[in-house]
Design a protein around this ligand. Structure first.
Ligand SMILES: Nc1nc2c(c(=O)[nH]1)N[C@H]1C(S)=C(S)[C@@H](COP(=O)(O)OP(=O)(O)OC[C@H]3O[C@@H](n4cnc5c(=O)[nH]c(N)nc54)[C@H](O)[C@@H]3O)O[C@H]1N2
Ligand SMILES: Nc1nc2c(c(=O)[nH]1)N[C@H]1C(S)=C(S)[C@@H](COP(=O)(O)OP(=O)(O)OC[C@H]3O[C@@H](n4cnc5c(=O)[nH]c(N)nc54)[C@H](O)[C@@H]3O)O[C@H]1N2
Ligand code: SF4
Ligand SMILES: [Mo]
Length: 780
């Protein structure tokens, strides 16, 4: 129990640790007596279930030990650890939350901008002034430009039922609506593409993993990205039951180190070439499940094509090179993927002959410039081996995609009268040229009647830090004639917060009531108590949004007479009506958790077991290996069957001569995106470094720990290097989420990868190919 405290004491005493200044500042909040009391006695200490509610892949139970109004310690789930109801134990971040809530840099007062936009100069104002200014500017902009000019930015800092983004949507719907978005930064390509193949997106639960004999983790790193609190528990269980685990990843990840029997270091952005060659081996060695393909799919071979499509367009024709004269052999793929032909042959044979097997794709491969194609090609492999709709099979594909979960609501937003939507990644375009954007730019139910003029950025660092090409973004934001008003609420002065016109200090999840929803549709709900008072004048977003609504004459409609706590009580009552076992408010406050036993859920089971009554929800009613809808788009980058097309800034781009290294930003365990970057304990646990292979380091005279400059035509950053064989040659990785910290020349000193990424959208989903970048590295 005293590990954290020992570390704290150590940090306070030691002078030389990075971030010491901030750490000792933090600890000034607690007296020596308070620290001692947490170690020695629990007398007078209340243990209160609270929430860890960021977008981290997990949703674990944490409990605040509160004494004299101060959180002195954090513990986690201590219920019995049962096979079908395992504990929801917290990771290092959740357990370190004191370092975040008592951080000396917490925003404490509402502020308005006084310098140039982005300069970071603010003046403290009252809540009354802040809400006045927001109401006045919002009204002016909506009156002048209409509802299409207002945008509620992607925001995942607060994932609760009462999140600020939800309040903003509720208010905007009362005012005539706002420009909506579809997709996400997480799974844009997967989300958009999977429905073309299987009708909707769904995956087997991780509880079923132990039925698999072979698990391929393809760009999937749950040891760090979690994807459900207990995914690693289920992977361990599968290993124990005898499953072999193969990891396909340019990096030797924590998942590879923990679970991997084999690591296949692939060249980034080439998964489709690998999958195509696996298909070649499977077809030519007759290892495919023809009966499954005949019954459940269209487009695999020429005998099963939709009407009216010219010959030669089936998947088999593509793979065998019948039409283009290029068979997709293992040798062909070896030259592209950097994986030798024999490894590809063995992988294909093993995948096709080990039953049941599953190819679990993470979201990394689809966050590439051609992210749509690898998703599709992976599903096709699963279909070719009859691995869909069965226990132990499946194709993975991540977050929020399952058809499970409890029926618990959130603050109702009402309906948005505006039907026009953009892809979430295209908002910067919508600021600059919204009215000129068309379907080709991914606009749905368009056109936009105005460019974007008003931005709500509540619990988000996507305004600057998490969106691509920061230099391009900040140029757009600095021009006040474009986005005329930006409202940000956050707990810290993030790179996005610096671009606010009005900057509002948010309370923390420990300082309010809310729900925590599990990521992938597991059947439980967490409840978070208000355990401590917020510092300064921090308020929940719903509170100040109610004031804004009042000032716009919409107060009663917005609140329906309810405070945030009243809404939570209402949501609990509604959930109780839907489920007689759902706990009361008082029970939730005490236990902080309502959980059903886990079940082994198989996606698409009914479509496979009883296809006559449950056709796939595609135009043909089958799994569409060939999609006529996509084929009819007549776009080489969106072919009828998944094809490997070299990506812009991928390994085959001639730009490689100038910028020879492929660079992407993995999600790592010490941060949730940019959240926790400010936390010194986390920095000590895992400092921000760039992985580089010894070959590439040596060629540049770089040694472990040296500082390097990484750059391309869009920008530059400085970062210490970690020289390691854990990344393949030709590739460097810079963990995403570090705070953009420019020097006077605009060179980021902290290593924020989005100074290097591009705003080029992916061809079909108009999503973020933020993992596809070419760079050069030189020693500083
Ligand atoms: N600790 C932590 N966990 C998180 C998050 C976090 O920020 N921190 N974020 C959460 C969120 S919102 C999301 S969306 C998910 C993101 O989850 P993912 O998108 O799956 O995570 P990434 O780290 O981007 O990519 C996963 C792996 O793909 C590898 N990879 C990159 N390019 C390629 C490629 O071309 N081919 C192959 N085969 N592999 C490739 C990377 O090296 C990495 O190990 O994680 C969630 N979990
Ligand atoms: N290059 C690159 N960029 C990426 C990715 C990548 O893989 N590579 N991944 C993308 C993905 S998958 C995602 S999901 C996005 C995530 O991007 P964001 O949704 O912007 O997530 P965060 O960076 O965690 O920022 C959340 C902010 O909310 C604040 N916050 C926390 N709690 C609260 C609260 O209770 N109230 C309020 N008002 N604020 C709060 C935090 O301090 C933080 O500043 O990033 C994307 N960006
Ligand atoms: S950060 Fe995520 S994985 Fe870690 S304790 Fe919190 S909810 Fe769990
Ligand atoms: Mo995400």
């Amino acid at each position: 129990m005293s590990i954290n405290l020992n570390r704290r004491a150590f940090l306070k005493l030691s002078g030389g640790v990075a971030g010491t200044v901030a750490v000792s500042g933090t600890w000034d909040v607690l007296t020596k007596e308070q620290i001692a009391s947490a170690v020695t006695t629990d007398e007078g200490t209340q243990v209160i279930p609270v929430l860890c509610n960021h977008n981290c892949g997990g949703r674990c139970q944490i409990k605040a030990h509160v004494k004299d109004g101060v959180v002195v310690r954090i513990t986690t789930d201590d219920r019995p650890d049962l096979e079908n109801n395992p504990q929801l134990r917290a990771c290092l971040k959740g357990r370190a939350t004191r370092n975040r809530i008592y951080h000396p840099d917490r925003l404490k007062y509402p502020m308005k901008r006084v310098g140039k936009r982005g300069e970071g100069k603010f003046k403290r104002i009252t809540w009354d002034e802040a809400t006045d200014l927001i109401a006045k500017n919002l009204k002016k902009i909506v009156d002048q430009y209409g509802p299409h000019s207002v945008y509620v930015n992607y925001a995942t800092g607060d994932e609760g039922a009462m999140a600020g983004r939800t309040s903003a949507k509720r208010l905007m719907n009362l005012m005539g609506g706002y420009l909506g978005y579809y997709g996400s930064y997480s799974s844009a390509c997967l989300k958009y593409t999977a429905p073309f193949v299987t009708g909707y997106r769904d995956t087997n639960t991780y509880q079923t993993l132990h039925h698999s004999k072979l698990i391929i983790l393809s760009g999937f790193n749950p040891a760090e990205t979690v994807f459900e609190t207990n995914s690693n528990y289920y992977l361990a269980k599968a290993k124990k039951a005898g499953a072999k685990v193969i990891v396909i990843d340019p990096r030797y990840t924590e998942s590879a180190a923990t679970f991997g029997d084999q690591w296949i270091p692939i060249v980034p952005a080439t998964d489709t070439a690998l999958f195509s060659a696996m298909a070649y081996v499977i077809i030519t060695e007759n290892l495919h499940d023809q009966a499954f393909l005949d019954k459940y799919t269209i487009g695999f071979d020429e005998e099963h094509m939709p009407e009216g499509v010219p010959a030669g367009n089936s998947y088999k024709s593509y793979i065998l090179g019948t039409t283009d004269g290029k068979p997709k052999t293992p040798e062909w793929a070896a030259a592209i993927t950097g994986i030798d032909a024999n490894t590809i042959i063995n992988l294909a044979r093993e995948y096709a002959t080990t039953k049941p097997a599953q190819l679990l794709q993470g979201l990394g491969p689809q966050r590439h410039a051609q992210g749509e194609s690898s998703t599709r090609a992976g599903i096709v492999l699963a279909a070719m081996t009859g691995s869909i709709g069965i226990l132990g099979g499946g194709w993975g594909g991540g977050e929020g995609g399952r058809k499970l979960g409890l029926d618990v609501g959130e603050l109702p937003t009402g309906d948005n009268p505006v039907e026009t939507q953009i892809s979430v990644f295209m908002w910067t375009d919508a600021v600059v040229r919204g009215t000129e954007m068309t379907e080709k730019d991914g606009v749905q139910n368009g056109p936009l009647k105005s460019n974007l003029k008003f931005m709500w950025n509540l619990g988000s660092n996507t305004l600057v830090n998490q969106h691509a090409d920061i230099n391009k973004t900040i140029k757009i934001l600095e021009d006040e004639s474009k986005l005329e008003y930006i409202v940000v609420s956050d707990q810290f002065m993030t790179p996005s917060a610096k671009y606010a016109d009005i900057l509002l200090p948010s309370d923390h999840a420990f300082e309010r009531y809310d729900f925590g929803f599990p990521w992938t549709g597991e059947e439980y709900i967490l409840f978070g108590n208000k355990a401590v008072e917020p510092p300064g004048e921090c308020k929940h977003d719903y509170w100040w949004m109610s004031k804004v609504a009042e000032k716009l004459g919409l107060g009663e409609k917005f609140t329906e007479g309810k405070t945030q706590e009243d809404w939570m009580k209402q949501l609990v009552e509604d959930a109780q009506k839907a489920d007689s076992q759902f706990p009361s408010w008082e029970e939730l406050k005490k236990k902080g958790l309502y959980r059903k036993d886990t079940i082994e859920y198989v996606a698409f089971e009914k479509e496979i077991k009883d296809p006559a009554n449950n056709p796939f929800q595609t135009p043909s009613g089958k799994i569409e290996i060939f999609s006529k809808t996509l084929f009819d788009m007549k776009n080489d980058e969106i072919p009828g069957v998944p094809k490997y097309t070299p990506a812009a800034e991928g390994p085959e781009d001639p730009l490689k001569e100038k910028y020879p290294l492929q660079c992407f930003g993995p999600h790592i365990k010490r941060r949730t995106h940019s959240t926790w970057d400010e936390t010194p304990w986390m920095e000590e646990a895992e400092p921000q470094t760039m992985w580089i292979n010894p070959e590439d380091a040596q060629a540049r005279g770089l040694q472990d720990g040296d500082k390097a400059k990484v750059y391309n035509d869009r920008g530059a950053l400085v970062i210490p290097v970690r020289v390691t064989k854990r990344i393949r040659p030709g590739v460097v990785s810079i963990p995403q989420g570090a705070w953009y910290t420019p020097d006077d020349k605009g060179v980021c000193q902290r290593g924020c990868i989005n100074i290097l990424t591009s705003q080029r959208p992916t061809p079909l989903a108009h999503g973020n190919g933020q993992h596809t970048n070419l760079v050069q590295v030189k020693k500083l």
